[in-house]
Design a protein around this ligand. Structure first.
Ligand code: PEP
Ligand code: MN
Length: 334
Protein backbone atom coordinates (compact mmCIF):
# COMPACT_ATOMS: atom_id res chain seq x y z
CA UNK A 1 0.00 0.00 0.00
CA UNK A 2 1.13 3.53 -0.80
CA UNK A 3 0.08 6.22 1.64
CA UNK A 4 0.28 9.99 1.07
CA UNK A 5 0.50 11.81 4.39
CA UNK A 6 -0.17 15.42 5.34
CA UNK A 7 2.67 17.67 4.27
CA UNK A 8 3.12 19.37 7.66
CA UNK A 9 4.02 16.24 9.63
CA UNK A 10 7.67 16.59 10.73
CA UNK A 11 10.26 14.11 9.46
CA UNK A 12 10.90 12.69 12.94
CA UNK A 13 7.23 11.75 13.30
CA UNK A 14 7.13 10.23 9.81
CA UNK A 15 10.17 8.17 10.70
CA UNK A 16 8.39 6.62 13.68
CA UNK A 17 5.16 6.12 11.70
CA UNK A 18 7.20 4.37 8.99
CA UNK A 19 8.87 2.12 11.57
CA UNK A 20 5.53 1.29 13.20
CA UNK A 21 3.94 0.36 9.87
CA UNK A 22 7.06 -1.33 8.41
CA UNK A 23 7.17 1.17 5.58
CA UNK A 24 9.85 2.88 3.56
CA UNK A 25 9.26 6.59 3.02
CA UNK A 26 10.39 9.67 1.14
CA UNK A 27 9.12 13.16 0.46
CA UNK A 28 7.93 13.80 -3.07
CA UNK A 29 10.36 16.17 -4.77
CA UNK A 30 7.46 17.74 -6.64
CA UNK A 31 5.15 18.74 -3.78
CA UNK A 32 6.98 17.75 -0.59
CA UNK A 33 4.25 15.27 0.38
CA UNK A 34 5.56 12.42 2.58
CA UNK A 35 4.93 9.10 0.89
CA UNK A 36 4.97 5.84 2.82
CA UNK A 37 5.17 2.50 1.05
CA UNK A 38 4.34 -0.57 3.10
CA UNK A 39 3.86 -4.22 2.10
CA UNK A 40 1.56 -4.81 -0.84
CA UNK A 41 -0.26 -7.41 1.31
CA UNK A 42 -1.61 -4.57 3.48
CA UNK A 43 -5.12 -3.87 2.23
CA UNK A 44 -6.46 -1.65 5.01
CA UNK A 45 -5.06 1.68 6.07
CA UNK A 46 -3.18 1.14 9.38
CA UNK A 47 -5.13 2.64 12.30
CA UNK A 48 -2.34 5.03 13.40
CA UNK A 49 -2.30 6.66 9.96
CA UNK A 50 -6.02 7.23 9.52
CA UNK A 51 -6.14 10.90 10.57
CA UNK A 52 -2.77 11.75 8.99
CA UNK A 53 -3.48 10.47 5.49
CA UNK A 54 -4.51 12.43 2.38
CA UNK A 55 -4.91 9.40 0.14
CA UNK A 56 -3.90 5.76 -0.05
CA UNK A 57 -3.53 3.24 -2.86
CA UNK A 58 -3.96 -0.51 -2.61
CA UNK A 59 -1.58 -2.46 -4.79
CA UNK A 60 -1.53 -6.14 -5.56
CA UNK A 61 2.15 -6.92 -5.85
CA UNK A 62 5.46 -5.27 -5.03
CA UNK A 63 5.02 -3.35 -8.22
CA UNK A 64 3.71 -0.34 -6.32
CA UNK A 65 5.07 3.15 -7.12
CA UNK A 66 5.63 2.07 -10.72
CA UNK A 67 2.11 0.76 -11.25
CA UNK A 68 -0.83 2.30 -13.07
CA UNK A 69 -2.97 1.38 -10.06
CA UNK A 70 -1.05 4.13 -8.27
CA UNK A 71 -0.74 6.61 -11.14
CA UNK A 72 -2.89 6.21 -14.24
CA UNK A 73 -0.82 8.54 -16.40
CA UNK A 74 2.66 7.80 -17.64
CA UNK A 75 5.06 9.91 -15.58
CA UNK A 76 6.39 13.02 -17.23
CA UNK A 77 10.17 13.15 -17.11
CA UNK A 78 12.16 16.24 -17.96
CA UNK A 79 15.68 16.23 -19.25
CA UNK A 80 16.37 19.96 -19.21
CA UNK A 81 13.85 21.46 -21.64
CA UNK A 82 13.07 18.03 -23.17
CA UNK A 83 10.02 16.20 -21.82
CA UNK A 84 8.83 12.64 -22.32
CA UNK A 85 5.78 10.90 -20.87
CA UNK A 86 2.89 12.83 -19.30
CA UNK A 87 0.58 14.40 -21.85
CA UNK A 88 3.15 14.91 -24.54
CA UNK A 89 3.57 12.59 -27.49
CA UNK A 90 7.31 12.77 -27.85
CA UNK A 91 9.41 9.82 -28.93
CA UNK A 92 12.94 10.75 -27.96
CA UNK A 93 15.79 9.48 -30.09
CA UNK A 94 19.11 8.85 -28.36
CA UNK A 95 22.13 7.88 -30.39
CA UNK A 96 25.89 7.62 -30.22
CA UNK A 97 28.57 4.94 -29.99
CA UNK A 98 28.73 2.10 -27.51
CA UNK A 99 31.87 3.65 -25.96
CA UNK A 100 33.66 6.96 -26.01
CA UNK A 101 36.93 6.06 -27.76
CA UNK A 102 38.56 9.39 -28.69
CA UNK A 103 37.78 13.07 -29.04
CA UNK A 104 37.62 12.74 -32.81
CA UNK A 105 35.16 9.84 -32.67
CA UNK A 106 32.79 11.40 -30.13
CA UNK A 107 32.91 14.75 -31.96
CA UNK A 108 31.79 13.02 -35.15
CA UNK A 109 28.96 11.39 -33.21
CA UNK A 110 27.91 14.73 -31.71
CA UNK A 111 27.96 16.28 -35.18
CA UNK A 112 25.66 13.54 -36.48
CA UNK A 113 23.18 14.46 -33.73
CA UNK A 114 23.38 18.14 -34.62
CA UNK A 115 22.98 17.47 -38.35
CA UNK A 116 19.74 15.52 -37.78
CA UNK A 117 18.33 17.38 -34.78
CA UNK A 118 18.88 14.52 -32.30
CA UNK A 119 19.06 16.01 -28.80
CA UNK A 120 20.64 13.29 -26.68
CA UNK A 121 24.08 11.75 -27.22
CA UNK A 122 24.88 8.37 -25.68
CA UNK A 123 28.24 6.69 -25.05
CA UNK A 124 29.70 4.59 -22.26
CA UNK A 125 32.85 5.47 -20.32
CA UNK A 126 32.73 2.62 -17.77
CA UNK A 127 31.88 -0.45 -19.81
CA UNK A 128 30.45 -3.58 -18.18
CA UNK A 129 32.30 -5.98 -20.50
CA UNK A 130 31.88 -9.73 -20.52
CA UNK A 131 35.66 -10.23 -20.53
CA UNK A 132 38.28 -8.48 -18.39
CA UNK A 133 40.64 -8.51 -21.40
CA UNK A 134 38.54 -6.32 -23.64
CA UNK A 135 38.33 -2.51 -23.67
CA UNK A 136 36.87 -1.35 -20.36
CA UNK A 137 36.10 2.26 -21.34
CA UNK A 138 37.93 5.58 -20.99
CA UNK A 139 36.59 6.29 -17.48
CA UNK A 140 36.85 9.88 -16.28
CA UNK A 141 38.63 11.02 -19.47
CA UNK A 142 35.61 9.83 -21.43
CA UNK A 143 33.24 11.68 -19.10
CA UNK A 144 35.23 14.85 -19.69
CA UNK A 145 34.91 14.41 -23.44
CA UNK A 146 31.13 13.98 -23.08
CA UNK A 147 31.05 17.14 -20.99
CA UNK A 148 32.88 18.92 -23.79
CA UNK A 149 30.24 17.70 -26.28
CA UNK A 150 27.50 19.03 -24.00
CA UNK A 151 29.16 22.42 -23.74
CA UNK A 152 30.14 22.70 -27.41
CA UNK A 153 26.95 21.40 -29.01
CA UNK A 154 24.28 21.85 -26.34
CA UNK A 155 23.49 18.12 -26.41
CA UNK A 156 22.14 16.21 -23.43
CA UNK A 157 24.26 13.25 -22.36
CA UNK A 158 23.41 9.73 -21.25
CA UNK A 159 26.17 7.47 -19.97
CA UNK A 160 26.24 4.36 -17.84
CA UNK A 161 27.24 3.41 -14.32
CA UNK A 162 29.12 0.11 -14.17
CA UNK A 163 29.65 -0.23 -10.44
CA UNK A 164 29.21 1.70 -7.23
CA UNK A 165 32.85 2.91 -7.13
CA UNK A 166 32.11 5.68 -9.65
CA UNK A 167 28.36 6.17 -9.32
CA UNK A 168 28.63 9.72 -7.92
CA UNK A 169 31.14 10.67 -10.60
CA UNK A 170 28.83 9.52 -13.42
CA UNK A 171 25.81 11.19 -11.78
CA UNK A 172 27.67 14.50 -11.66
CA UNK A 173 28.65 14.41 -15.36
CA UNK A 174 25.55 13.05 -17.06
CA UNK A 175 22.03 14.32 -17.79
CA UNK A 176 20.47 10.84 -17.66
CA UNK A 177 22.12 8.04 -15.68
CA UNK A 178 22.04 4.67 -17.44
CA UNK A 179 22.01 1.53 -15.32
CA UNK A 180 23.09 -1.32 -17.57
CA UNK A 181 21.53 -4.75 -17.93
CA UNK A 182 24.33 -6.36 -15.93
CA UNK A 183 23.88 -3.86 -13.09
CA UNK A 184 20.10 -4.03 -12.83
CA UNK A 185 20.37 -6.01 -9.60
CA UNK A 186 23.12 -3.89 -7.98
CA UNK A 187 21.43 -2.42 -4.94
CA UNK A 188 24.31 -0.03 -4.24
CA UNK A 189 23.76 1.52 -7.67
CA UNK A 190 19.97 1.43 -7.43
CA UNK A 191 19.95 3.17 -4.05
CA UNK A 192 22.55 5.78 -5.07
CA UNK A 193 20.45 6.52 -8.16
CA UNK A 194 17.42 6.81 -5.90
CA UNK A 195 19.13 9.75 -4.20
CA UNK A 196 20.35 11.32 -7.45
CA UNK A 197 18.74 14.48 -8.81
CA UNK A 198 18.88 13.16 -12.38
CA UNK A 199 16.55 10.91 -14.41
CA UNK A 200 17.56 7.26 -14.49
CA UNK A 201 17.32 4.92 -17.46
CA UNK A 202 17.11 1.40 -16.04
CA UNK A 203 17.85 -1.41 -18.45
CA UNK A 204 16.25 -4.79 -18.05
CA UNK A 205 18.68 -7.50 -16.99
CA UNK A 206 18.82 -10.08 -19.76
CA UNK A 207 17.91 -12.91 -17.40
CA UNK A 208 15.15 -11.17 -15.47
CA UNK A 209 11.39 -11.38 -15.50
CA UNK A 210 9.26 -8.31 -16.00
CA UNK A 211 8.29 -8.43 -12.32
CA UNK A 212 11.96 -8.45 -11.25
CA UNK A 213 12.72 -5.63 -13.67
CA UNK A 214 9.93 -3.47 -12.33
CA UNK A 215 10.86 -4.27 -8.73
CA UNK A 216 14.40 -3.05 -9.42
CA UNK A 217 12.83 0.27 -10.47
CA UNK A 218 10.99 0.32 -7.12
CA UNK A 219 14.36 0.54 -5.32
CA UNK A 220 15.04 3.82 -7.12
CA UNK A 221 11.50 5.17 -6.81
CA UNK A 222 11.15 4.32 -3.13
CA UNK A 223 14.47 6.05 -2.36
CA UNK A 224 12.86 9.27 -3.59
CA UNK A 225 13.81 9.57 -7.28
CA UNK A 226 10.52 9.74 -9.16
CA UNK A 227 12.15 9.99 -12.59
CA UNK A 228 12.76 6.45 -13.80
CA UNK A 229 12.62 5.32 -17.43
CA UNK A 230 12.50 1.60 -18.26
CA UNK A 231 14.54 0.20 -21.14
CA UNK A 232 13.93 -3.15 -22.85
CA UNK A 233 17.18 -4.30 -24.46
CA UNK A 234 16.62 -7.97 -25.13
CA UNK A 235 16.55 -11.06 -22.94
CA UNK A 236 18.28 -14.41 -23.17
CA UNK A 237 16.21 -17.24 -24.62
CA UNK A 238 17.06 -20.57 -26.31
CA UNK A 239 17.59 -18.68 -29.57
CA UNK A 240 21.23 -18.13 -30.51
CA UNK A 241 21.07 -16.71 -34.04
CA UNK A 242 20.48 -13.24 -32.63
CA UNK A 243 22.38 -11.97 -29.58
CA UNK A 244 19.24 -11.65 -27.45
CA UNK A 245 15.48 -11.82 -27.99
CA UNK A 246 13.72 -8.44 -28.12
CA UNK A 247 10.76 -8.87 -25.80
CA UNK A 248 8.12 -6.71 -27.46
CA UNK A 249 5.33 -8.65 -25.72
CA UNK A 250 6.98 -7.57 -22.49
CA UNK A 251 6.97 -4.00 -23.73
CA UNK A 252 3.20 -4.09 -24.21
CA UNK A 253 2.87 -5.44 -20.66
CA UNK A 254 5.06 -2.66 -19.26
CA UNK A 255 3.03 -0.11 -21.20
CA UNK A 256 -0.24 -1.50 -19.91
CA UNK A 257 0.65 -1.93 -16.24
CA UNK A 258 3.42 0.52 -15.34
CA UNK A 259 3.43 4.32 -15.22
CA UNK A 260 7.08 4.63 -16.29
CA UNK A 261 8.15 5.93 -19.72
CA UNK A 262 9.65 3.28 -22.00
CA UNK A 263 12.76 3.56 -24.14
CA UNK A 264 13.59 0.64 -26.42
CA UNK A 265 17.08 -0.45 -27.37
CA UNK A 266 17.03 -2.66 -30.47
CA UNK A 267 20.82 -2.45 -30.95
CA UNK A 268 21.75 -4.54 -27.92
CA UNK A 269 18.80 -6.85 -28.45
CA UNK A 270 19.73 -8.12 -31.89
CA UNK A 271 23.47 -7.53 -31.63
CA UNK A 272 23.89 -7.25 -35.44
CA UNK A 273 23.41 -4.12 -37.45
CA UNK A 274 21.39 -5.73 -40.26
CA UNK A 275 18.25 -5.81 -38.10
CA UNK A 276 18.53 -2.58 -36.14
CA UNK A 277 16.58 -0.39 -38.59
CA UNK A 278 13.61 -2.77 -38.87
CA UNK A 279 13.47 -3.23 -35.10
CA UNK A 280 13.72 0.52 -34.53
CA UNK A 281 10.75 1.15 -36.79
CA UNK A 282 8.80 -1.67 -35.12
CA UNK A 283 9.59 -0.09 -31.75
CA UNK A 284 8.57 3.40 -32.84
CA UNK A 285 5.28 1.93 -34.09
CA UNK A 286 4.54 0.80 -30.54
CA UNK A 287 4.09 4.40 -29.42
CA UNK A 288 6.86 4.34 -26.85
CA UNK A 289 8.68 7.31 -25.29
CA UNK A 290 12.02 6.77 -26.90
CA UNK A 291 14.65 4.77 -28.74
CA UNK A 292 18.29 4.16 -27.99
CA UNK A 293 20.27 3.26 -31.11
CA UNK A 294 24.01 2.70 -31.27
CA UNK A 295 25.91 4.44 -34.07
CA UNK A 296 29.60 4.79 -34.81
CA UNK A 297 31.47 6.85 -37.42
CA UNK A 298 33.26 3.64 -38.45
CA UNK A 299 31.66 0.58 -36.80
CA UNK A 300 34.33 -1.79 -38.16
CA UNK A 301 36.92 -0.34 -35.79
CA UNK A 302 34.61 0.13 -32.77
CA UNK A 303 36.21 -0.99 -29.50
CA UNK A 304 32.96 -2.46 -28.17
CA UNK A 305 29.75 -3.74 -29.78
CA UNK A 306 31.24 -3.37 -33.28
CA UNK A 307 28.77 -5.76 -34.94
CA UNK A 308 25.62 -3.88 -34.00
CA UNK A 309 26.40 -0.21 -34.50
CA UNK A 310 24.95 1.59 -37.50
CA UNK A 311 27.20 3.85 -39.52
CA UNK A 312 26.10 7.45 -39.89
CA UNK A 313 24.69 6.98 -43.37
CA UNK A 314 22.54 4.07 -42.23
CA UNK A 315 21.31 6.01 -39.23
CA UNK A 316 20.46 9.06 -41.34
CA UNK A 317 18.26 6.91 -43.59
CA UNK A 318 16.66 5.22 -40.59
CA UNK A 319 15.97 8.54 -38.89
CA UNK A 320 13.99 9.83 -41.89
CA UNK A 321 11.78 6.73 -41.89
CA UNK A 322 11.31 6.81 -38.11
CA UNK A 323 9.76 10.27 -38.37
CA UNK A 324 7.04 8.85 -40.60
CA UNK A 325 6.43 5.83 -38.38
CA UNK A 326 6.11 8.06 -35.32
CA UNK A 327 3.63 10.30 -37.15
CA UNK A 328 1.59 7.28 -38.20
CA UNK A 329 1.02 6.40 -34.54
CA UNK A 330 0.32 10.02 -33.57
CA UNK A 331 3.68 10.73 -32.02
CA UNK A 332 6.44 13.23 -32.64
CA UNK A 333 10.03 12.15 -33.09
CA UNK A 334 12.31 14.49 -31.17
C1 PEP B 1 25.31 -0.25 -23.61
O1 PEP B 1 24.31 0.48 -23.61
O2 PEP B 1 26.33 -0.04 -24.29
C2 PEP B 1 25.27 -1.49 -22.80
C3 PEP B 1 26.35 -2.03 -22.27
O3 PEP B 1 24.03 -1.99 -22.71
P1 PEP B 1 23.45 -3.23 -21.86
O4 PEP B 1 23.64 -2.88 -20.43
O5 PEP B 1 22.00 -3.26 -22.29
O6 PEP B 1 24.20 -4.45 -22.29
MN1 MN C 1 26.88 -1.19 -26.33
Amino acid sequence: MIIHLNKNIPDTEIQSLAAATKSTWFRSRKDDIPILVTYSSVKELPEILVDKTISHYITDSDMQLSSRRYRKETREIKIGEIAIGGNNKNTLVITGPCSVESEEQITQSAELCIALGVKVLRAGCYKPRTSPYSFQGMGIDGLKLLDKMRNTYGLKIITEVRDSTHVQEVISYTDIVQIGAKSMYDHGILKACGKAQKPILLKRGFGTTLQEFVQASEFILSAGNEDVILCERGIRTFETKTRFTFDLCGVTWLKQFTNLPLILDPSHAIGYNYGVSDLSRASAAMGIEGLLIETHPNPKVAMSDAAQQLNHEQFTALYASLKKVAEAVDRVLI
